[in-house]
Design a protein around this ligand. Sequence first.
Ligand code: UD1
Length: 420
Amino acid sequence: MDKLQIEGGVPLNGKIRISGAKNAALPIIAASLLTEEPVNISNSPHLHDVTTMIELLACLGVDVTLNEFMEVEIAARRLENYRAPYELVKTMRASFLVLGPLLARFGEAEVSLPGGCAIGSRPVDQHLKGLEAMGAEITVTEGYVCAKTSGRLVGCDIHMDLVTVGGTQNLMMAATLASGTTRLFNAACEPEIVDLADFLNALGAKVSGQGTSTIEIVGVPRLHGGAHTIMPDRVEAGTYLVAAAVTGGRVHLRDVAPKTLGAVLDKLQQAGAELTVGENWIELDMGGRRAKAVDIETSPYPGFPTDMQAQFMTLNALADGTSTITENIFENRFMHVHEMKRLGAEIELHGQSMAVVHGVDQLKAAPVMATDLRASSSLVLAALAAVGTTTIDRIYHIDRGYETIEEKLGSMGAKVRRVS
Ligand code: UD1
């Protein structure tokens, strides 16, 4: 199993390009099932999770190719089956996003339940409730959600009980081919939802209100082919900004969407970082200063993203002062705390959703283990700032979300090595 070895203590300094967003690419690739005509997706990141989604489509019988410009071409002319098997869904929860498109276009789908997951129970009740409201017959047998509809799904008003990104995406995709109009209330407003809506509209769907809590979808009988460029990854961007901040360094990010990073940039500024922002670039300069502790509370977009919570835990662990971190989206998303303590961080957990972080002057290298994607990125950041060489085990978690992380960090002067 691959490990990362990081010799810490080097202030990062350099320019990097931000990749396409994993969390936008996954639903958009799933949405390609909605049309029989070819679609062309550019700026998709080269990540394990994206490969898993492509494998899933291939296993349904879809033609997927990577052209010479590294664009993904998908043509879902006809399928061999409508079943997303447990073996794939268990490795990546976002596989569940094929349910809506399969059901809407083919009238049937069998998708394994994602099951337990390292960051909490993560149910899919809102996805199922919405599809049932649109007329789907749903049963759960032997760990599979079996959904059927005779004729098209029927548009309706759906009030979601809580804000769910995946739920909003599944229902939005399903509604594009329904008869009549669907309105999703209490919809997620995340930029990745907007990117998906833009993609669907490029294929001839009629989606409006994306980016607000009410999305309206006027169903059409069919979608055509088209092309789309995936938006920049705001979590990758945020992670590299924090990397520069915790090492007292400086970074220039290009091909980024600053507008999607509002809450994160605010907190970095509060922590004492100097930020300069252009249309599609961000520069952060920490000028060798130590960060000031900042309180963090996660909430749906445009609030502070849960996917940046662990990285700010590292920032606070090394900051001047004491801070509180409250996690409101997922239960059990503090698994990085125990590993960070091995590096000398002083963190107290208060139940499953609150942590109090007492900033220390220095972290010290130790062997640590990655437990989930964002938790592992926080360990990478901690290792970059720590004194000595830290070995991070189980980095396959990092490879799910960060494209060529060693190269990007290395180009900013970090001493990072992948070892097996
Ligand atoms: C997506 C992102 C993930 C991010 C999360 C929250 C992708 C591939 N993943 O995950 O990186 O951390 O949004 O911004 O885009 N819930 C229910 N019932 C449901 C659905 C969700 O109770 O039917 C709960 C979940 O357990 C969780 C909360 O709602 O507590 C938010 O989950 P959701 O927004 O659905 O997250 P994902 O779409 O899985």
